[in-house]
Design a protein around this ligand. Structure first.
Ligand code: MN
Length: 710
């Protein structure tokens, strides 16, 4: 393991003589400074860690940008250096990578439930814009597991589990077999110490025998290759303890039954020779047909290629793996080797690589053919899904573009229906905020919070939209029913008054049934919504014995009045009593402040209201508008206008265009040509008001427009 900078430097120059050593020195210097007084759990100076990580990256023969970022990978998290500092000193490319690694490290701080490992893996991928981030994270993890010993047992277990469930599979997907194996081997030791010891002992008992067998078989293979005049390199191995453990567990077998305990690897130069070798082996020794696998014509999704065949001799079973040198590099180094062969050291620069990688992760189960992956490379880059967290670390999978409202409904429809506001990464944000992968989202609910039609603009997932629509429908039905019942009460009153007619419950039900309704409620709903007009024909059907009465249905209310209580949050709390100040009549969107009065509780003023200028700061409270609560605020204006025909019509057309109700309109003639209009109308918020007044001001003949606050 690398302990000094010059060792790192030598290693890099070994495969990349033109490397920018100045850049690496600078990164090393900043890292040393940032971690100056920090120590590892082993009590060694912290700098050994970034140095070792950079060394692992150099083992992978990565470019200088990766290695510099590797040296800097813990700087943001552990010191007063900011990402802007890194950006200024090292440029955006390195800063982006360091930031990416920092973000992933933050995720691992959250305690993730076991079942979510798959999602977390995907999330790490979705968050990563540069594959070098993942390679650094793997190197970081590798050094951390290599140095697990001094940590306390709980922490060791957590890291080991996370490594096996998340990082080793990512390394596997990237085809970095070497790192994947080491990550698994070390973690296994900590996760299952007893089994590890047992298998290690069993293997050790067989070790002498196994090595002798392998040596013997190697000689046989050398002889065979000589007969075929093929040059090849032969390596062998005894199966790793964790692989033995998995196999014996999965297939419920003993060590003796493991077919590939002993394996030999034959590495040659061309694909035809691989096939030749395999057929030679299979002619010489009996082989097990079901254990003959051709990963050369059918590569694994991580590009692994080899032919495996298991042969049996009187003494032992051997797995023979045959591959080319290039395949061998890909098997050991994965993605790095793969791209290096094609394009040299610039192999990691292009975004398509990452796309390829993402697709590979997403589709590895359904389509194991690498050619297919490469064709997917051309597809759109934007991820379709995001992964966010609950405060407890549960991962929620949403489609890209989702908001906290979608999140709330994804958790539970009750939480969605009572969603009041959201905290994302510890900051209060509007409900319409778009979420990003990795965000930690908390939803604040209130008993009296409920969906409004505005929510439909904010929600983008089908689930949330459906639930909101269902809620609004239910609410509308209730509203129609209520109005229908009022209309019915009026009808009843009139007939009672005029003809002393009163239908009892049975009669009513019969007559409503006669109109084709299954129950009274649907009838009341229909007259409430206006679907069924209250006309003479209908009244005749209800009261056949008397002539019809002229019934005017009660005015339709546009919106159900809301309790004003939930319009305002006071320091995040919505259950506080308040009233709006009469002096400045604030409306939604105004900058407001709360003032605690002696007798009338909390009164909400416009921030510029003169009445609160000079108020004692201790009496002022920070308050804010609840962005989703709706209410109609009455505003009053005085207009000075030209006294001409059509003037009033023009004014009312403006309010009508914004669906604002005029509550009062009064005209005072000032002179032959001038009039004053006192106008009161309802608005939903200040931006709507601005638009209305702007339009009015622009009307031909409007000279002035002044809001009256009293
Ligand atoms: Mn680290």
């Amino acid at each position: 393991m690398i302990k000094r900078f010059y060792e790192l430097q030598e290693k890099i120059i070994g495969y990349y003589p033109e490397a920018n050593i100045g850049l690496l020195k600078k990164a090393y210097a900043v890292s040393t400074d940032a971690h100056l007084n920090q120590r590892r759990a082993s009590d060694e100076p912290y700098i050994i860690h970034p140095l070792a990580v950079a060394g692992i990256l150099a083992d992978m023969k990565l470019d200088e940008i990766s290695i510099a970022a590797g040296l800097l990978h813990d700087v943001i998290e552990d010191s007063s250096y900011t990402i802007e500092d890194i950006n200024r000193q090292f440029g955006k490319e390195i800063a982006d990578i360091v930031w990416g690694v920092t973000k992933i490290s933050k995720i691992s701080d959250i305690n993730v439930e076991e079942a979510q490992a798959e999602t977390l893996k995907k999330m790490i991928i979705a968050m990563t814009k540069d594959i070098r981030v993942i390679l650094i994270k793997l190197a970081d993890r590798l050094h951390n597991v290599r140095t697990l010993a001094p940590l306390d047992p709980d922490k060791r277990l957590k890291i080991a589990r996370e490594t096996v469930e998340i990082y080793a599979p990512i390394a596997y997907r990237l085809g970095i077999g070497k790192i994947k194996d080491e990550l698994e081997d070390i973690s296994f030791m900590y996760l299952h110490p007893a089994e590890y010891e047992k298998i290690k002992k069993e293997v050790a008992d067989k070790n002498e025998w196994a090595l002798a067998q392998l040596e013997k078989m190697k000689k046989e293979l050398v002889k065979l290759l000589a007969e075929y005049h093929i040059a090849a390199d032969i390596q062998f191995r005894i199966k790793r303890p964790i692989s033995i453990y998995r196999k014996t567990q999965r297939q419920n077998i003993e060590l003796d039954q493991v077919y590939d305990l002993l394996a030999l690897r034959v590495i040659t130069d061309t694909v035809p020779r691989c096939y030749l070798i395999v057929s030679g082996v299979q002619q010489r020794w009996p082989y097990i047909p079901s254990r003959w696998r051709d990963f050369i014509s059918n590569p694994k999704s991580n590009f692994y290629q080899s032919i495996h065949t298991t042969i049996i001799t009187p003494e032992a079973k051997f797995e023979i793996q045959v591959r080319t040198q290039e395949m061998h590099k890909v098997a050991e180094e994965g993605i790095a080797a793969h791209w290096r062969y094609k394009e040299g050291l610039s192999f990691l620069e292009k975004d398509v690589r990452l796309q390829w990688f993402r697709e590979m992760i997403e589709h590895h189960k359904s389509s194991p053919d690498p050619k297919e992956f490469l064709s997917l490379v051309k597809k759109d880059l934007t991820p379709q899904e995001i992964y966010v967290f609950t405060p407890k670390g549960k991962v929620i999978n949403l489609k890209a573009g989702s908001t906290p409202l979608d999140f709330a409904y994804a958790i539970h429809s009750e939480i969605g229906d009572h969603c009041r506001s959201a905290i994302v990464n510890e900051k209060m944000v509007p409900l319409k905020t778009r979420l990003n992968s990795g965000d930690v989202v908390e939803i604040l609910t209130a008993k009296n919070a409920k969906p409004s039609s505005d929510w439909l603009k904010v929600a983008s997932t089908t689930r949330a939209r459906k639930k909101i629509l269902a809620y609004l429908q239910k609410e509308e039905n209730a509203r129609h029913l209520e109005r229908g019942l009022r209309i019915w009460a009026k009808i009843q009153r009139e007939y009672q008054k005029k003809f002393q007619q009163r239908l009892d419950a049975d009669e009513l039900r019969q007559r409503i049934a006669g109109l084709g309704y299954p129950d009274n409620e649907s009838f009341f709903r229909d007259i409430g919504s206006g679907k069924r007009t209250v006309d003479k024909q209908l009244l005749k059907a209800l009261y056949p014995d008397v002539s019809a009465v002229d019934i005017k249905p009660p005015q339709k209310t546009l919106r159900k009045p809301v309790s004003i209580q939930r319009l305002i949050s006071v320091e995040g709390n919505q259950d506080i009593d308040f009233s709006f100040a009469k002096c400045c009549l604030p409306i939604k969107g105004d900058v407001i402040v709360g003032y605690i009065t002696q007798n009338r509780g909390l009164v909400i003023h416009h921030q510029d209201c003169l009445n609160i200028k000079g108020a004692m700061p201790s009496r002022l409270k920070e308050v804010s508008w609840n962005p989703v609560a709706n209410y109609l605020y009455l505003v009053h204006y005085n207009l000075i206008v030209s006294d001409r025909p059509g003037m009033l019509k023009a004014i009312t057309e403006v309010t009508a265009a914004y669906e604002s109700n005029i509550k009062k309109i009064e005209i005072i003639h000032l002179s032959q040509s001038l009039a004053k209009v006192r106008l009161s109308f309802e608005v939903r918020e200040v931006s709507q008001l601005h638009e209305i007044t702007q339009r009015m001001r622009n009307l031909n003949g409007v000279y002035s427009l002044i809001r009256k606050r009293k």
